[in-house]
Design a binder for this molecule. Sequence first.
Ligand SMILES: Cc1ncc(COP(=O)(O)O)c(C=O)c1O
Length: 308
Amino acid sequence: MTCFDVDALRARFPALSLTHEGRPMVFFDGPGGTQVPDTVIDAVARYFRESNANAGGDFPTSRRSDAIVADAHAALADLVGAESVDEVKLGANMTTLTLHASRSITATMHPGDEIVVTRLDHEANVGPWLTAAADRDVTIRTVDIRPDDVTLDLDSLDAALGPRTRLVAVGWASNAVGTINPIAEIARRAHSVGAWVYVDAVHAAPHLPIDVRAVDVDFLACSAYKFFGPHLGVLYGRRAILEALPSYKIKPAHDRFETGTGNFEGQAGALAAVGYLADIGRRESGGNAPADRRARSSRACRRSGRGR
Ligand SMILES: Cc1ncc(COP(=O)(O)O)c(C=O)c1O
């Protein structure tokens, strides 16, 4: 197909057949998350039927579970354009991952260092920085919004940046008003003063092809439930930075930035959600479908966001 076959796609979402008091239900809650296609539901159920086990065991269900975990990390690395799979960390949700990462990141800061947040951002990319900054005597600077069109005021960003800026926490797209920020330009300005950039891409991920290397950001967090998957958080971190950060690791966590037993069924569902996007990208491309999952899934998101 050369454009979205809406009926065929709708048929894959069982929730779209729900009725309430005899009338079809309509979902207007995009900022609250998407419904999920049949393949995601099946993947979560199949996990429990065929692979349910804890990690690292030398028996079939545990081996299958480990394979799903590895595949899910690889799929999400593809989705965000990470250079390597170990740059992707999975957790309960974006907020929890950000709260955790903010502790590690601010542990490298000193009193008088500065973190920049914005008035356009979701609380999940503001609150963790405010509380971590308070623990370390780090100063918070806040970027304003232009009231006429609720875009981020880049002059205000420039005024907030300085020699002590260590991190800029900014959203790619606003779940409240839909503003899409010029992330590559914001990253360029932050890097020009030596600061890292932590991007909240929760609302952007279903609408824009995410390419962490193209926009050159240091961290990016999103949530699978916004792009047809289950409730699962995804964190990308630039490998060199992650390796150098201290981590608040609780033994016997297998990863420095993931805690406890993973949500393996959620990871199975997230893997299927990336598969769903890649499938749309493949159909959308007709006979010219790119071979790899990354190109296919980004094509689907580019289509969804009308190429922005
Ligand atoms: C833009 C944005 N950032 C962050 C979040 C928080 O994500 P999570 O629920 O995965 O913690 C949301 C949730 O609605 C959101 O819309």
